[in-house]
Design a protein around this ligand. Structure first.
Ligand code: ATP
Ligand code: MG
Length: 455
């Protein structure tokens, strides 16, 4: 009943809005218009696909702007990694204009316009204001609210930071700036639009975004934007797992993960981010391992290489697996105990953090390979080399060695073994299968989670 009433009200408002929107061009009187000679955007950094999308919409009489992170990056003279376009055309209208496009999303209906292998995300201007209400109403209203179409000015006001609320019109080579974003970008300041406390309450993920974007862009968080974070940290607990996961992937794969995690820790935001990450970071060995893994990922990304999220998550949770494994070894032989530990850690993370199944399978493979690196006799090392995930398993092993969990010698042995050929390889094995040493190893029942290697 209430739902139907709300639907009616919202449909009415939406239609009314659109009628107004489409009759007149947006009111831009509240915006500063920044001309090319001031903003200095290098047009060659803009994707042709984004330009064609804006052009296609404008030719049909709609407004269209490149918006969000792309404009901010262009002002900073970085090449944007993706382009978003905002328009007053409805998703259906956008879909009709571009042959290769599709409407996506249930809650936020967006259009993906495809050009070759590039995708431009087109969203209709959205409004965001709900009548004042208690948190619960606002929360349940969020879905509806976010899908209300609005004016250009409202669209700017619902964005998070001033630097992210800039609209670039390629036809005029002009930036529209409602919130003094260009000045903030120039001053390298990340400033929340509106009342920061309210905006964090509306969406606590904005706290993580502040930290991530400031690390990535080398921008300082403005003092009034920074101040409320400390007391609002707990709000992150209520964020749906899937959003937290997406935000975390962005953070860890930004090329600035080490800086971001350090900043999150400084603000105590990491508690809400990854259950148990705080625990891991508080153990010296765990911290060293996680930070090395993040550094490794940053280096790869900044060098233009890809980085596998499964590998990263496997590293983030490894010390949890080690601790659980240690416990299960009291009940079961080492390998079944390891599987029990892996399943437990994944299950406990899944409650809060939706690590997709496609990642967990690979994480388990990487973990399950680890004890096999400690077996250096007989045919086993040969079969490990042919494992489809050998490379990831080996990289993981090296991190364990570098963090001090295992002696460097073990990693070096595998490097040499993989590079050796024919007899030299076999010779390495024979050296290791010395019966005296094997007996010793069996007797001691070396625990893979401790730093004792099978030497
Ligand atoms: P990145 O360069 O990492 O992609 P971005 O700012 O472009 O950063 P996106 O997640 O791509 O981040 O979002 C695009 C735009 O959507 C942002 O620039 C901002 O205007 C708006 N936006 C995204 N998330 C939020 C949010 N939680 N609250 C308000 N506005 C948001
Ligand atoms: Mg973006």
């Amino acid at each position: 009943m209430i739902k139907r009433f709300l639907q009616k009200v919202f449909t009415k408002r939406t239609k009314a809005h659109l009628a107004i929107e489409q009759a007149d061009a947006s009111d831009t009187s509240a915006a500063k218009k920044i001309p090319a000679k001031v903003h200095n955007i290098n047009k060659s950094l803009i994707s042709q696909a984004a330009l064609k999308t804006c052009d296609g919409l404008q030719k049909e009489g709609f407004e269209a702007f490149i918006v969000g992170g792309a404009v901010r990056d262009l002002l900073l003279n970085f090449e944007p990694k993706d382009f978003d376009v905002a328009t007053n055309a409805t998703p259906e209208e956008v879909n009709r204009i571009f042959r290769r496009s599709r409407i996506i999303g249930k809650r936020f209906r967006l259009v993906h316009v495809l050009w070759g292998n590039e995708t431009i995300e087109v969203s209709t201007f959205r409004g965001h204001h709900l009548a004042e209400g208690d948190a619960k109403t606002a929360d349940s209203g969020r879905i509806l609210r976010d899908n209300i179409f609005g004016s250009l000015e409202e669209d700017a006001a619902r964005r998070d930071f001033t630097a992210n609320a800039l609209y670039y019109n390629p036809a005029k080579d002009e930036v529209l700036d409602f919130h003094n974003g260009v000045a903030d970008v120039n001053a390298k300041l990340l400033r929340m639009i509106g009342n920061p406390t309210t905006r964090y309450q509306e969406d606590p993920v904005r706290m993580l975004r502040a930290v991530r974007l400031s690390a990535k862009l080398g921008m300082k968080i403005a003092p009034e934007t920074q101040a409320p974070i400390a007391k609002l940290v707990d709000l992150l607990q209520d964020v749906p797992a899937s959003r937290l996961f997406d935000e975390m992937l962005k953070l860890f794969l930004s090329g600035h993960a080490v800086e971001s995690v350090n900043a999150l820790r400084a603000q105590h935001l990491h508690h809400g981010l990854l259950p148990m990450l705080d625990v891991v970071l508080e153990q010296p060995l765990g911290e060293r391992f996680v930070m090395l893994a993040l550094k490794n990922t940053d280096d790869r990304i900044l060098a233009g290489k890809s980085s596998n999220p499964s590998f990263l998550f496997a590293t983030l949770l490894w010390h949890e697996v080690l601790a659980a494994w240690q416990t299960y070894k009291n009940e079961a032989p080492p390998i079944p105990a390891l599987y029990m530990a892996m399943n437990e850690v994944i299950a406990s993370q899944a409650e809060k953090l939706a690590i997709h199944n496609r990642y967990t399978a690979t994480m388990k493979e990487i973990w399950a390979m680890q004890p096999r690196f400690e077996q250096r006799a007989g045919k086993r090392p040969f079969s490990l080399l042919t494992h489809p995930r050998y490379r990831a398993g080996y990289d993981f092993l090296l991190l364990r060695c570098e963090s001090g969990e295992l002696p460097m010698e073990l990693g070096e042995w595998w490097t040499a073994f993989a590079n050796a050929e024919g007899e030299a390889r076999t010779a390495m094995l024979q050296a290791d299968s010395n019966p005296k040493k094997r007996r010793k190893r069996n007797r001691k029942k070396v625990d893979a989670s401790k730093s004792e290697p099978n030497t």
